[in-house]
Design a protein around this ligand. Structure first.
Ligand code: DON
Length: 344
């Protein structure tokens, strides 16, 4: 009987210790990051929009003539959480061309269709080039030729690896995969497709150079055309954020709940985005923001926070590397404000 008071005291002490540990961890910044308050997400998005609303640095892409005609002042932001909450600010529903933001999704489709992570390593490459997205020099410099699926050479090689009997089947598989990622139907913006198809001699040269080196796996003209169509798929900031959230959610679309991409392929796609998503600015982006992300010359960027959310931004004015100045700044702001960087 004498042991009872001592036993009760120990139990109470144990409970107090547990409460103390919980309080300590729940106020530690690293722990707090795991459960960002939903109310603040929309607020931070609005802050980012207001902060950069007057930022006019950079210029529309004009090497695809139709892109020069997109109103430069458009600015939209969207954030989608893995549990399907959507927050938007500004022109989040304006339809623009996905351009290179499509590249990681087609790379994901290749992984899925071949059910083998080595397919990209062996047939395309997974190293950053340190050179611009349309570099012909990179094809000559690197033994892998196409170098990685996020530059134009590697993206066309990836398109050629989508198993298909015809160009129509190839494009329809790519489009359907993008649609499943987005959880909605998407359409090609035909004027931009035609505009790029009429002016893409640089990409045509790259496709044929890859053919010379045996590093494109379909007819180069077909791969070029399907790639050009893929780049002209219309998206919005809201759609891009949903596609990113599907990656953040282990390949499951947060709304449709479809397992679009097998979970084991997701880290491979995110690794490519972190190391090559901004071309010759990828190191700087990883250094400043520390999130896998992908840019496109249409002005879109999507950044993925694995297990939590995705943020997308759209603003047509680009810097010299072909990355949207204001979209980069807005996403960096959101990431810093919410402490989202992976290496913090
Ligand atoms: O092939 C091209 O040049 C374009 N369709 C896509 C390039 C692109 O988006 C580069 N991104 N920042």
């Amino acid at each position: 009987m004498k042991a009872t008071p001592c036993f009760i005291t120990l139990a109470v002490l144990r409970k107090m210790a547990l409460v103390l540990v919980f309080l300590l961890f729940s106020t530690h910044p690293a722990w707090a990051r795991l459960s960002v308050d939903a109310d603040i997400l929309g607020q931070v998005l609005q802050e980012a929009h207001a902060l950069f609303a007057d930022d006019t640095e950079g210029a529309n892409a004009d090497y695809i003539p139709e892109l020069a005609r997109v109103p430069s002042e458009l600015f939209g932001l969207a954030l989608v959480t893995v549990d399907g909450q959507v927050f938007i600010a500004g022109d989040a529903d304006y339809d623009f061309t996905i351009q290179s933001v499509s590249k990681p999704f087609t790379a994901a489709l290749v992984l899925q269709e071949h059910d083998d992570p080595e397919i990209l390593v062996e047939k395309v490459g997974v190293e950053p080039t340190g050179l611009p997205f349309n570099s012909v020099l990179a094809v000559e410099l690197h033994a892998s030729r196409s170098v990685n699926p996020l530059v134009n050479a590697g993206a066309m090689a990836a398109v050629s690896l989508v198993p298909a009997e015809s160009d129509m089947e190839r494009f329809s598989k790519i489009k359907q995969f993008h649609e499943a990622m987005a959880g909605q139907e998407l359409s090609v913006i035909e004027e931009v497709y035609r505009s790029e198809a009429a002016t893409n001699q640089g990409n045509r040269a790259i496709a044929h150079l890859l053919k010379k080196y045996g590093r494109i796996y379909a007819d180069p003209e077909e791969a070029l055309d399907v790639y050009t169509r893929q780049c002209a798929i219309g998206v919005t900031a809201r759609v891009l954020a949903m596609m990113g959230a599907t990656l953040a959610n282990g390949g499951v679309n947060p709304i449709s709940k479809e397992q679009v991409l097998e979970a084991r392929h997701v880290p491979k796609v995110l690794a490519l985005m972190l190391t090559a998503g901004f071309y010759d600015e990828s190191g700087r982006w990883a250094y400043d923001v520390g999130l896998p992300a992908k840019t496109g010359v249409g002005g879109g960027i999507v950044a993925v926070v694995p297990g939590k959310l995705a943020v997308a931004a759209f603003s047509p004015r680009l810097n010299q590397a072909g990355n949207s100045v204001r979209a980069m700044r807005a996403i960096e702001y959101v990431s810093q404000r919410l402490g989202l960087g992976l290496f913090q």
